[in-house]
Design a protein around this ligand. Structure first.
Ligand code: ADP
Ligand code: MG
Length: 364
């Protein structure tokens, strides 16, 4: 059976619960998950506190093995936390089975039945639960409308593109009217171009249906593109929670600064020279201008003399790595005639310039 069968059977026709106004849709309080391992136990999730509001598009971002899937599975009820509490709409569901939660899951491989049509795939879960045929048809048609596959109900999965299959899986998960949809690396099987299209579509669909989406991804661009807010996971712990822009522009620590986008992280004497202060700081590459030698600082701007190590042309952007105060500093500048000194190459003397506001102190 496909992995998502339990998800198929879940969510619909579950009593709406005792939601109180203003309760978060999803709440994790001190959640810990330990798996027994062969040699030592594996702490998959440690001390996770998280609150997702109703209707939010929330992303869980982190590298492979950081505990993302485990968190999703605990929210869905496929795993129980070793410690801590999970609430949905204010109700404690920590030990409730999946079918008692108004949650559905879309898995990465879609798990569509190849021998059924698109419409039958979407109706399947309702059929299993004994929903009458006319009602099934109506709800499946609604769900296919939602994912803009109105005309594709009679096709088989093999007659669809990867992106369309993804949307069938989405329709099948939405048809049970869950309060929460969990998506584990939903676009991971698609090539880059299609993935970018689907990111936009997924966001539009979420806006239309208005239910809470939690999307797991290891792709920082995807998380930033899609989400309202995100949690950054690292080795089972949440490093930062915030709006996409907030996390990108104000990373809480070195891990977030490195993982979400690229950052120049400086400390020690390099920080003294570049930033003029002691501590650890992050400066985003796109905040740094590369100027001809001798350029002076304007008000609220820092300048540092540097020597170019490498100039990499990447279409609309050019990446310039240079050495300043003994540290490699990367600047990303627009590839336009005016944004870079002429003839820039390895060994060119330059001045790097960035506004004081581009300097973000890090905790560690
Ligand atoms: P992610 O989805 O971020 O890649 P996972 O949540 O799948 O990470 O895994 C987090 C950690 O927990 C990993 O070290 C993984 O090997 C371990 N893990 C996950 N599921 C199990 C399991 N059923 N048994 C043992 N270890 C597990
Ligand atoms: Mg995973």
């Amino acid at each position: 059976m496909p992995a998502s069968t339990s998800g198929l059977a879940g969510s619909a026709d579950v009593s709406p619960g005792l939601d109180r106004e203003g309760d978060p849709r999803i709440e994790l309080i001190g959640v810990r998950k330990v798996f027994p391992g062969r040699q030592a136990e594996v702490i998959a999730v440690e001390g996770a506190d998280l609150s997702v509001a109703d209707g939010e598009l929330f992303a869980i971002l982190g590298p492979s093995g950081s505990g993302k899937t485990t968190v999703l599975r605990m929210i869905a009820g496929f795993e129980q936390p070793t410690a801590g509490t999970i609430r949905l709409g204010g109700t404690d569901v920590t030990t409730a089975p999946p079918q008692r939660r108004e949650v559905n899951t879309v898995f990465q491989d879609y798990a569509l039945f190849p021998h059924l049509t698109v419409g039958q795939n979407v109706e399947y879960g309702m059929k299993v639960r004994g929903v009458a045929k006319a009602e099934r048809r109506r709800r499946a048609a609604d769900a296919l409308d939602m994912v803009r596959l109105t005309e594709h109900g009679d096709r088989r999965p093999e007659q669809l593109s990867g992106g369309q299959r993804q949307r069938v899986a989405l329709a099948r998960a939405l048809v049970g009217r869950p309060r929460v949809l969990l998506l584990d690396e939903p676009l991971g099987a698609l090539d880059l171009k299609l993935r970018e299209q689907m990111q936009v579509e997924l966001k539009a669909i979420q806006r239309d249906v208005g239910i809470t989406f939690v999307i797991v991804t290891h792709d920082q661009d995807e998380a930033l593109t899609l989400c309202d807010r995100l949690a950054v996971f690292n080795a089972g712990r949440i490093e930062q929670v915030g709006g996409a822009r907030e996390v990108y522009e104000n990373p809480a620590n070195r891990f977030v600064a490195d993982f979400v986008g690229t950052s120049n992280v400086v400390d020690g004497t390099a920080a003294q020279t570049l930033v003029g202060r002691t501590g650890t700081f992050a400066v985003r590459p796109e905040q740094i201008a590369v100027l001809p030698p001798g350029s002076a600082a304007g008000p609220g701007t820092r300048t540092v003399e540097a020597t170019v190590a490498e100039v990499i042309y990447a279409g609309p952007l050019t990446r310039v790595t240079s050495t300043a105060a003994g540290t490699a500093v990367t600047a990303t500048v627009l590839t336009s005639r005016t944004s870079l000194p002429a003839g820039l190459a390895h060994g060119s003397p330059v001045v790097l310039s960035f506004p004081d506001s581009a300097v973000h102190p890090l905790n560690s």
